[in-house]
Each structure stands twice: as structure tokens, then as C-alpha cells.
Design a protein around this ligand. Structure first.
Ligand SMILES: Cc1cc2nc3c(=O)[nH]c(=O)nc-3n(C[C@H](O)[C@H](O)[C@H](O)COP(=O)(O)OP(=O)(O)OC[C@H]3O[C@@H](n4cnc5c(N)ncnc54)[C@H](O)[C@@H]3O)c2cc1C
Length: 426
């Protein structure tokens, strides 16, 4: 086991349910702060977590935390897309604008890459730290009293000082926290997502330039946007497009996609878009990902304040916010710091402070996804032609130039004093 810088032990035991980005990051941050985390994951093999997904993005506010985990950011940068711009076209194929992300470099790194590859890097880091990750552990219930919290897993009860529900968008922990079962609902949109070798694109003369190095392009049209990018010097390629969908999401929210169905959505679009879709090989990954959404939850914490929601369990994001993964990292950072500052004797205070520090920021960040989607899907092209920046992604400093750890240390005393007596959130 490697040795990494750690704060002195706090004696705080943390059960984390779910080994997604939120759960593993929270465990790493808890370990950094001197707590003792264990992760319980329902999948029986790590490959079941890594084999799903395609492009995932960490903006500077999320990725800056990877810089604090020795070796992680360097490993990520090796597999990440090497672009600091997005070229935007109209759905008819007319070039509109290049949005540069160059100035954001001073805010922190941006990482865009394959979900499974990036995930494996943080998972390996967690393992090197000696964090216990128990696979094949499906949590079926949560419980708490004033002194501890616990979960039921495989018929057995396990307890700790705090339980962190990081189970993703279909979280069961949410029911305990809320006291009712709020079912996920369709956002009215779905995303076709694909990932395959760049050589398939290189075969087509119209597309070859897209795998000559790394690229990032977007085509914007009525109620649909199409993004494509190449990574690893064009060796790998992916495209995604968000489209209107009122599909039933009760049973499942990821289905195998068909090229013919995708083509139907873009049949009036520029030939280059149709050619990209047609280049998708049968052996590649193509899925139809229903965008599950939830209204903002009234709270992220349980009645006795020993069970807490983080990541998608607390706040699913639309992809156009580009913040789902970054906000899930911020959650773990803030929770671990609050636990450190409150100490083992006052875990409920840490939980209250966590919610207070996160609630407003997360919901403001969620709203940016709707803003960008509407800006793209309902673009007024006369306005856009006069002012191409009207279709730039929203990139605001309050969101991206933000250090959740430093902010927590700076504001904790004030926040703890306010919520210390159990006063409700302002
Ligand atoms: C299959 C899949 C593919 C995705 N692909 C992409 C993508 O390509 N691009 C993108 O931007 N975002 C993708 N996302 C979403 C993205 O991973 C999240 O928005 C973000 O990383 C926050 O993750 P999370 O850890 O909160 O939730 P998740 O990533 O959903 O992780 C939750 C974890 O909890 C585990 N779990 C759930 N219930 C239990 C239980 N009862 N007991 C124990 N463990 C449990 C799950 O198996 C899972 O490993 C995907 C999510 C999933 C689940």
C-alpha cells in the first residue's frame, strides 16, 4: 500500500454506498482528512462499472481536486481529449463560432475522456490508499439513531458514525432521507451516445479531418444538439446527441441504440452529421440513454442527520450543464472537510453544514443545464449570426473558478454557528 499525505486520524467511520465517481471520490477525500471510509458496491466486478459510459467531463471546479490526489491528474491527462475549444456549426453545417476555453486554464484543469478509463484511475488511487471496497454488496435498507447510522446488506447490519448514500440517480437512500419515495421522472429528453475507433471515421473522406488530431465539434438545431469529438490523437471517436423523448423510464434507462433510429432524427441535417452517424460500426458502443430527472430535493440529509445524499442520488444533472460529475466530486470534498471540522462528537453538525454549503450552489449549477439546452435548441439564427457568442456554452467564473475545499474552510465557522442550534437553512 502506498503512503499519501493524510490528516491525523479522526476516528470517524464512514460507510459509503455506491462506488461511482461520487462514492469513490468521497472515500478518497475522507481518507485524506483522516476518517475511515468503506465502500459498499452492488456490482460484483469492477468491469461492470467501467464498461459502461462514454465521454464524461470534469470542469475546473471538479478536476482541480484530482490535482490533490498524487498521480491522478497526470494519468488522466494522458487519456483525456487535448482540445481547449469547441467549434460550433448550425444544423445545416454552417460554421458559426469557435468557443475557446483557454482562459479557464488558470481556473484549473479540464478533463474530458472515457468514463471507464478515468474512473479506473481514481479507483486505483483509492485502492493504493488502502480504502476498503466491498463488491457484491447491494444495500437494501438504511437506519439511524442519535449515535450511529447503518445499512442492511445481504441480510446483515453494518454500522458507522455516518452513512453516505452515493447510489446514483435511482438511490434508495433518498427514500429514507425524504420519508417518501420520489420516483425519477423523464426529463423529456434522451441522449444517443456512441464511442468507437477513429479509424472508422478516417475511412470516409468527408470526415477524415475529424480524426486528424483531437477535435471537438457541435451542430446545433431545433430541439436537438449533436456533439462529436476525437481523442488520443484521433484514435478514438465519440458522438452524442440529445433529442426529445417521452419514453417510459420505469424499468430501465439505458437501451441499445440503432443507427437507423438515430438517422431518422437527423435526416434533414447537414450530410456531415449523417455521415458521422453512418460511420458508427456495429461492434461499437451505441446506446439510447434516457435522461432521468428529479425536482430539487427539499433536503440532502436524514431526520437524525447521520445519513446523507451525495452525487446523482442528491441531484441528477442534464448533460448540457457539464457539471454532474464535477458537482459529485465537490460533494465528497465538502462532506469530508465538514466531518473533519465538526469532529466525531458532532457528526450531525457536519451533516447540517454540508447541506448548507452545498444546497444553493448545486441547484444553481443544475439550472445552467436547462439554460444551455434552451439556448441551443431554441436558437434564433438571425440573432446568432449577428452575435455568434449567443450559442456559446455558459461558462461562468462563480461555477468554474471555485475551490470547494477552500470555500468550506473559509465559511465553515459561520455556517456551523448558524446551523449549530439546528436552525433551518436560510
Ligand atoms: C451506467 C452509467 C453510465 C453513465 N455514463 C455516463 C457518461 O457516459 N457520461 C456522463 O457524463 N455521465 C455518465 N453517467 C453519469 C455519471 O456517472 C454521474 O453523473 C456522475 O459521475 C456522478 O456519479 P454518482 O457516483 O453519483 O452515480 P453513479 O455513477 O450512478 O454511481 C452509483 C453507484 O452506486 C451503485 N449502487 C446503486 N445502488 C446501490 C445499492 N443499493 N447498493 C450498493 N451499490 C449501489 C451503482 O452500481 C453505481 O456504481 C453514467 C452513469 C451510469 C450509472
Amino acid at each position: 500500500m502506498a503512503s499519501f499525505p493524510r490528516r491525523p486520524p479522526t476516528g470517524i467511520e464512514v460507510i459509503i454506498v455506491g462506488a461511482g465517481f461520487a462514492g469513490v471520490s468521497a472515500a478518497i477525500e475522507c481518507h485524506r482528512k483522516g476518517h475511515t471510509p468503506i465502500i459498499l458496491e452492488k456490482h460484483t466486478a469492477i468491469e461492470e462499472i467501467t464498461r459502461f459510459g462514454d465521454i464524461i467531463s470534469f470542469d475546473p471546479n471538479g478536476a482541480r481536486h484530482f490535482e490533490r490526489w498524487p498521480g491522478v491528474i497526470a494519468a488522466m491527462q494522458k487519456v483525456a481529449r487535448q482540445t481547449s475549444w469547441l467549434d460550433l456549426y448550425s444544423w445545416k453545417g454552417e460554421f458559426i463560432t469557435r468557443q475557446s476555453f483557454e482562459r479557464e486554464k488558470e481556473w484549473g484543469p479540464r478533463i474530458n475522456g472515457h468514463r471507464g478509463e478515468l474512473y479506473e484511475i481514481i479507483l486505483k488511487h483509492a485502492v493504493k490508499r488502502g480504502i476498503e471496497i466491498r463488491l457484491g454488496q447491494r444495500v437494501t435498507d438504511y437506519f439511524e439513531d442519535d449515535n450511529e447510522a447503518g445499512v442492511v446488506v445481504n441480510g446483515e447490519k453494518i454500522t458507522a458514525d455516518i452513512v453516505v448514500a452515493a447510489e446514483g440517480v435511482r438511490s434508495r437512500g433518498r427514500k429514507i432521507v425524504l420519508g417518501f419515495d420520489d420516483k425519477p421522472k423523464s426529463s423529456g429528453y434522451a441522449v444517443y451516445r456512441s464511442w468507437f475507433p477513429g479509424e472508422e471515421i478516417a475511412k470516409n473522406e468527408m470526415l477524415r479531418h475529424l480524426v486528424d488530431g483531437d477535435h471537438h465539434v457541435g451542430f446545433i438545431g431545433p430541439d436537438l444538439h449533436f456533439l462529436a469529438s476525437s481523442l488520443k490523437n484521433g484514435k478514438e471517436f465519440n458522438w452524442v446527441f440529445t433529442h426529445v423523448d417521452d419514453g417510459n423510464i420505469e424499468e430501465s434507462w439505458q437501451f441499445p441504440g440503432k443507427v437507423e433510429d438515430c438517422l431518422e432524427y437527423v435526416k434533414d441535417w447537414a450530410p456531415i452529421v449523417q455521415e458521422i452517424v453512418k460511420a458508427t460500426p456495429k461492434y461499437g458502443r451505441l446506446i439510447d440513454h434516457k435522461l432521468v430527472f428529479r425536482d430539487p430535493l427539499p433536503t440532502f440529509k436524514s431526520p437524525r442527520e447521520r445519513i446523507v445524499l451525495i452525487g446523482d442520488a442528491a441531484h441528477p444533472f442534464l448533460p448540457t450543464s457539464i457539471q454532474g460529475a464535477s458537482q459529485s466530486i465537490e460533494d465528497g470534498v465538502v462532506l469530508a472537510a465538514c466531518l473533519k471540522l465538526a469532529g466525531k462528537k458532532d457528526v450531525p453538525l457536519a451533516v447540517r453544514a454540508y447541506e448548507e454549503l452545498r444546497y444553493e450552489r448545486v441547484h444553481k449549477a443544475q439550472a445552467t443545464g436547462i439554460k444551455t439546452r434552451d439556448r441551443w435548441h431554441k436558437a434564433d439564427w438571425d440573432t446568432v449570426k449577428k452575435n455568434p457568442e449567443a450559442i456559446h456554452l455558459t461558462r461562468e467564473a462563480w461555477l468554474l473558478n471555485f475551490d470547494a475545499e477552500a470555500d468550506c474552510y473559509a465559511r465553515y465557522n459561520d455556517v456551523a454557528a448558524r446551523v449549530g442550534a439546528g436552525r433551518p437553512r436560510l
